[in-house]
Design a protein around this ligand. Structure first.
Ligand SMILES: [Zn+2]
Length: 169
């Protein structure tokens, strides 16, 4: 039987798709590793991305808590510049626990008529884990809009399936 190897280093076994967590510069990082890359390479790729695309926007506290420099973000990515890098940036913020795909317990920015204004990934909508980030992001991105907007803390989310199941009882 042919042994499958990591597509990147071609040495280690890639293992399966799994969520892994590790520490970098004192920060806790959580990533989803695919089934083609070994754990070491997955970490190295993350570090490459962080160092090359994200680090200049992040301040790390002594206890390892990352804080985003949103004014720098605002300047750098203004007028839709570097959109690929921006997507990657948002993704890295997710692995650092600053943004999340999960609505429950997190913050979102909502305009009149329920227009979502959060940073977007290609397919997914991000929520802010921290109130402070939601406030700063919204204040910098949308100070001069003609429409109103608010930030919301989402306390409970019930999916359609779950909700309909409840009605049948
Ligand atoms: Zn590898």
């Amino acid at each position: 039987m042919e042994k499958r190897l990591c597509y990147r280093c071609k040495q280690n076994s890639p293992g399966k798709y799994e969520d892994i967590s590790f520490t970098y510069l004192g920060m806790t990082v959580k990533i989803s590793k695919d089934g083609l890359t070994c754990e070491e390479c997955a970490k190295e790729l993350w570090v490459q991305d962080f160092e090359g695309k994200v680090k200049e926007f992040i301040k790390i506290s002594k206890s390892g808590k990352p804080t985003v420099n949103w004014p720098h973000y605002q300047d750098f990515f203004s007028e839709s510049r570097f959109s690929d890098r921006k997507e990657r940036f948002h993704h890295i913020l997710m692995t650092l626990g600053i943004l999340s795909f999960q609505p429950e317990g997190n913050w979102e920015i909502v305009a009149d008529g329920r227009v979502g204004l959060n940073p977007r990934a290609f397919l997914s909508y991000f929520y802010f884990v921290n109130k402070k980030d939601a406030i700063e992001f919204a204040s910098l991105q949308f100070p001069n809009t003609l429409y109103g907007w608010e930030i919301h803390l989402i306390s409970e989310v019930i999916e359609k399936k779950e909700l309909l199941k409840g009605l049948k009882k």
